[in-house]
Design a protein around this ligand. Structure first.
Ligand code: PLP
Length: 357
C-alpha cells in the first residue's frame, strides 16, 4: 500500500521548461531550485532540467548540494553571500553572487579569492525588500568594477512585487524604474519571475528566472496551470487505509468538527499535516479517488485525513488517492487553505517518499 508519496513527473518538468522557452524565446533560463526545488528534490530536478542555462538557489548549502549532486551549470545565489567566508567557497565552486548591500561589497573587498567571482547587482525597482537604490547603482558598480575579485561584465537584476496581478500599478512603476538602467547596461539583465514570464514580455531581457511555472502551477492570483498550458510536476499520492460507515449525525475527527448529514461512508487517507498537507484545508477541499473528487470531511490530522465517500461508495482499503496533481490542481488546494501553491509545495515533509517517473 502506498504511503504519502510525491511522484515527480520528469516529462512534465521538461514540458514546462519548453513552455517557458516558447514564451521567452530570446532569453536564457535560470531555473529556480531554492527550498529543495519547491519541494520536488532539487538535485533530481536539476538533473531532469539539464537543458536549463543556469540554476538559482537562496542558500550556500543548496548550491553545494547541487555541486555534490554533479550539477555543473552556473548556479546563482539570489541573496548572495551571508558571510565573507562564503565568498571563498563560491569562487572555488563557480557559484555566482547577487549583491544587494554595502556590507556585501565590503566582504568582497576584504576577500582574497582563488578566482574572480561572477556577480549580479540587485537593484530595488520598487519592491523595497532587497536591492540597492537606482541612484546608487553607478557608484556601486564602479566600486565593484575596480575589484580584481569581480569578473566582468556584471549582471543586473531586479524583482517584481505584484507580477501575479498584472493590473497592479506598481508593475508599471517598477518597469519604468528598471528600463533605463537595463538599457545602458553592459552585461546580462534579468527581471522576470514566473508571473512576469507569463504576462510581461518586455520584462524578459537576457535571463528569465522561473520558479513555480517550472513545477507546473500558476503564480497568478486566482489562476490555474491550464491557463498557461503547464503540467503539474508533482502528484502527491497516498492510499485509503480504512473505510467506515457513519450514521447521520455522527461526527468525524478532532474537535468533532464535521457531522454527517446522512448515513455515509468515510474514507481515511494516510497523509496529514506531518507530510505537508495543509492542516487549514477547509471541509470540502477536493481529493481525487477512483475517478472522482470527494470532499475533505473533518480536520486534517498529523498522519491522516478523512473524506466523505458517499453512501454508495465502492472504494476499498488500498485504493490510490491523489491529494494534488493532474486531477486536483495544487492551486485549488492552496485556495481552500488560504495560502499559495508555493507554500504547499515547499512544505513537503522529509518523511514523504519521492518517486520519479
Ligand atoms: C524565488 C525567486 C524567483 C522565482 O519566483 P517564481 O515566482 O517562483 O517564479 C525569481 N527571482 C528571485 C529573486 C526569487 O527569489
Amino acid at each position: 500500500m502506498r504511503v504519502a508519496t510525491a511522484l515527480i513527473d520528469s516529462a512534465a518538468l521538461r514540458h514546462n521548461l519548453s513552455r517557458i522557452r516558447a514564451l521567452a524565446p530570446r532569453a536564457k533560463v535560470m531555473a529556480v531550485l531554492k527550498a529543495n526545488g519547491y519541494g520536488h528534490d532539487q538535485v533530481a530536478v536539476a538533473q531532469i532540467l539539464d537543458g536549463a542555462d543556469a540554476f538559482a538557489v537562496a542558500r550556500l548549502e543548496e548550491a553545494l548540494a547541487l555541486r555534490q549532486g554533479g550539477i555543473r551549470q552556473p548556479i546563482v545565489m539570489l541573496e548572495g553571500c551571508f558571510d565573507g567566508s562564503d565568498l571563498q567557497i563560491m569562487a572555488r565552486e563557480g557559484i555566482e553572487a547577487v549583491l544587494h548591500t554595502q556590507e556585501q561589497l565590503a566582504m568582497l573587498k576584504a576577500a582574497c579569492l582563488p578566482a574572480p567571482l561572477k556577480v549580479w547587482i540587485k537593484v530595488d525597482s520598487g519592491m523595497h525588500r532587497i536591492g540597492i537604490k537606482p541612484e546608487q547603482l553607478a557608484a556601486f558598480h564602479s566600486e565593484l568594477a575596480a575589484l580584481a575579485q569581480v569578473r566582468q561584465p556584471m549582471g543586473l537584476l531586479s524583482h517584481y512585487a505584484c507580477a501575479d496581478e498584472p493590473e497592479h500599478p506598481l508593475n508599471a512603476v517598477q518597469q519604468a524604474a528598471f528600463e533605463p538602467l537595463a538599457n545602458g547596461w553592459n552585461g546580462p539583465v534579468s527581471m522576470a519571475n514566473s508571473a512576469a514570464i507569463l504576462t510581461f514580455a518586455q520584462s524578459h531581457y537576457d535571463w528569465v528566472r522561473p520558479g513555480l511555472v517550472l513545477y507546473g502551477a500558476s503564480p497568478m492570483v486566482g489562476g490555474v496551470r491550464d491557463d498557461h498550458g503547464l503540467k503539474p510536476a508533482m502528484h502527491l499520492m497516498s492510499s485509503l487505509i480504512a473505510v467506515k460507515p457513519l450514521k447521520a449525525g455522527d461526527t468525524v475527527g478532532y474537535g468533532a468538527a464535521w457531522r454527517a448529514e446522512r448515513d455515509t461512508l468515510i474514507g481515511v487517507v494516510a497523509i496529514g499535516y506531518g507530510d505537508g498537507y495543509p492542516r487549514h484545508a477547509r471541509m470540502g477541499t477536493p481529493v481525487w479517488l477512483n475517478g472522482r473528487q470527494v470532499p475533505l470531511a473533518g480536520r486534517v490530522s498529523m498522519d491522516m485525513l478523512t473524506v466523505d465517500l458517499g453512501p454508495d461508495a465502492q472504494d476499498k482499503v488500498g485504493d490510490d488517492v491523489e491529494l494534488w496533481g493532474p486531477n486536483v490542481p495544487v492551486e485549488t488546494v492552496a485556495q481552500c487553505s488560504d495560502t499559495i501553491a508555493y507554500e504547499l509545495l515547499c512544505n513537503m515533509a522529509r518523511r514523504v517518499r519521492y518517486e520519479f517517473i
